[in-house]
Design a binder for this molecule. Sequence first.
Ligand SMILES: [Zn+2]
Ligand SMILES: [Zn+2]
Ligand SMILES: [Zn+2]
Length: 308
Amino acid sequence: MEKSHPLFCSIHNHTTFCDGKDDIESMCRAAYEKKLYSIGFSSHAPSEKQLGREIFWNLKEENISNYINEVRAAKERWNGKINVFLGLEVDYVKGKRSSLDSDITSMNLDYIIGSVHYICPGFKGKAICSGACAECGKHSDELIIIDDSMEEFCKGLNDGYGKDAEKLMNNYYDAILEMIELGGFDILGHVDLLKKNTINRNLWLKDNEIKRQREVAEAVSKKNITIEVNTGGINRKKINEVYPSLTFLRIIKEFNIPVVITSDAHNINDINGNYNTAVETLKMADINKHYIFNGRKNNKTDWLIENI
Ligand SMILES: [Zn+2]
Ligand SMILES: [Zn+2]
Ligand SMILES: [Zn+2]
């Protein structure tokens, strides 16, 4: 396959199988027309059953095999034109959902993005809910979606944390650290997603958060995990910077962690949306290489390394 430089891939994408606007075929065509090296699909993994609540943005359990078959069929159809890969974005919620669950590991995916979208304030002194709901019987309802609207986020901060934003921030990074420790995924999703509803609000001491981010980078550096530089927040006009922030990327640089540029696209136009901002931010962080996904070989992710 002829490579066009600069080379990019797009492996964090949502389609009509979950909360995306476009189907798999249209996304493949868009990626081909934009001359990307590879496109991967990372539908939000089903988790209604596991989290015990209705979630409209996830892949439905009954559609899993259709999803797998359609991506595999696209892989065949686009063979020789663009590499198509099968993945999932899997939520981590302690004791309830992770990439190591058997329904996920049995799918034979090319890659998994591990993401934290929910946190839990915990009950009776527990830092994070354990999934054992015997004590209150309503843990699942108390999960706070940090990726939702500002209104929902503030409701979670008030009701769940009694406005203790620092505790919320710590719970978030605790969850990220637990997910890394547990493993079972290849790419760490939007690692400072928490900023979506908290940026520029001075809810906690910046230094305290940087300390937690350093812990995260150190934990990642001991595993075979790539961190995504995700432009989705810019594409959807929620924030004007990539996940992770420039400060966080400078720490990531210190630990020499591989990064892959992604767009978290929910439509064909965003498939490589704002990649130039990602490249500029990486340059500012003095990171001079980014990784291009090249499939799974010997049960490990395979990457091409591209200079910036
Ligand atoms: Zn989504
Ligand atoms: Zn996500
Ligand atoms: Zn996503």
